[in-house]
Design a protein around this ligand. Sequence first.
Ligand code: PMP
Length: 285
Amino acid sequence: PIVYHDFEFVLESKAHFDVQDRGVLFADGVYEVVRFDRGKAFAMQAHVDRLARSMAGIGLEGVSATPFAELSYELLERNQLSDAKVYWQVTRGPAARDFVVSESTEPTVTLIAYPTQPIDLDAPLAVGAGHIVEDCRWTRCWIKSLMLMPASLAKTEAVKAGAAEAIFERAKPGTDEKHITEGASTNVFIVREGQLCTHPDDGWVLGGITRQTLLDLAKHLGLPIREDAAFTREQLLAANEAFVCSTTQLTAITSVGDAVIADGTPGPTTQRLHEAYRALLLQGG
Ligand code: PMP
């Protein structure tokens, strides 16, 4: 496979990181994952905008997010792919190891294309279990940072427990009440009291592009929405429906630990949103 690394398209085996890259030493960098179906990106502008926000969020300067769109299309062409997840990464670049960020580093840009299957309208909705893990991440989850250790360990624990996704729970400073924030690499939704509920996009979660797309679709379908308040573990367990979503998946959560959610099958709102979402993906957004 061909990747884009450090200003050029090269064979993956020829692309290397400087051992002193701050991405390697400090996880000092940000990323995005964009989905391409039949040669067309979904929500490209939203990814470009979020990359720009993430870079600004860590004070990473000198890289424009705009060219990532064109670079992605060229990467797909060079790999002769039309269905792929394209990973974008910007690190602050190499510098002698120092906690203090120097202003003179040259950022390292990397793009990798991972082949996927085209959207299949007949494929069944994915179903899995959730596994609750303490959310020990920092308080700037709106930045899509490379610092993914808490999410990686949580997901590993979840998969070991037979679950499809780790679901983070945390108490905000100054409060005792814990809330569900999001998944290791997904946003979490429930349906309760006839409303579609998800954690507010307030910095304690990543503002998922799929999250926003599904909220827009739900509005369009006339479904009542609640995104001004987080929900608790108890509300998740007692929900009528639950699901997790990201650029690469929409999975109905039918149990959490030993607790079965509702009747243990994907609910009607989840199914409806899944259908509407896939139709939108097929249209290319
Ligand atoms: N939350 C977290 C922590 C994530 O890592 C991701 C995906 N990278 C998401 C939510 C979902 O975001 P999106 O829908 O933009 O893929």
